[in-house]
Ligand binder design. Sequence first.
Ligand code: SF4
Ligand code: SF4
Length: 374
Amino acid sequence: MIYRPYGKTGKHVSVIGMGGMRFRKEDYATDDWSRAIAVVHRAHELGVNYFDTAPGYCDDTSEKIFGEAFKSMSRDSFYVSTKCGLWNARTAKEARKMIDQSLRRLGVDHIDFYNMWSVKTLEDYREYLKKGGVLEGAREAQKEGLISHICFTTHLRGEEIAQVANDGIFEGVTLGYNAINFAYRQKGIDACHEANLGIVTMNPLGGGIIPAHPEYFSFLKQGDDSLAVSALKFILSQNKATLAIPGFSTVEEVEENVLAADNLKEAPEELLDELAKHLTSELNSLCTTCAYCDSCPQDIPIPQLLDSYNMLILSNGDEKQMFTRMKNHWGVDPSWATKCIACGKCERLCTQKLPIIKRLAEISGYLGRQTPAR
Ligand code: SF4
Ligand code: SF4
């Protein structure tokens, strides 16, 4: 396993961490959690020392599973990351309750990385920072030694991530970063790297889109590596990302993913340029979330809606998947699509030359036919 410094914290983390959102239901639905715990232990055995969880994951059992697994792991051999969302707490007092709950469930006396969870907009960011808000609660707990580092997780676009990174409040960021959206996130990654934040990349397989569509993503495949391992290597070989945290369900998945960290070499700029070219030519019907179009006079969040529309293409027309992505991943209201006045500005700017107006009209059409996920 390769270890990299996590920003300025002085901690060294494994380049593969474990995301704790994919334990299998059958492995935690009864009192017998031994298979889920075995996944954590196998990851630890193979050198993984960064474990990421959150209240709510896996029907609210993920933190508790880790708590059971940690009982037989020496506390100085791993780091744990967990989170508090605005839907969990709005005040310092409520945040403190969440922190105490996580400490109790995890069975630890301190949390290494505590995240302001899912900053989707700059309004969310300001809400976390407000006087008497969640950040204040986390800082008080930090003074008492209950939290080591305060970080954030985000779906903001690159420029906005840069703004938050440059404010210097957080020591690390967790963000979705993969072969589909890397162009959209690159500015943010660059700014976080510049500001010396730890950079945790989640969703390295694009929410399963990449392995589920091998024909689309075959250009990522390197040698004998599976597509999943190649996609992970793509992220990790860029030295700006500190680590990737795929979600593990089975011991076999742990073993396969850890392989990605073997023989990891830094990707030459030319290879990344080459891959970027594939993303803008071969995948020509997909939005790459590059955000070049993102200056709509109607303030329509075009990259977010068009990224969600990708799901419609990749799932052969299952609009539920598209609406789920709008809601759960981006937090955008699909009715934005109805506000398009067809001025054409975005289509002139689109790097993929996508028929944005037509796609927005299609989304609006679906809204007319059914009640979208909200
Ligand atoms: S065509 Fe529609 S989505 Fe595009 S910039 Fe104009 S109003 Fe916005
Ligand atoms: S619609 Fe076009 S310009 Fe806008 S984010 Fe997608 S690919 Fe980029």
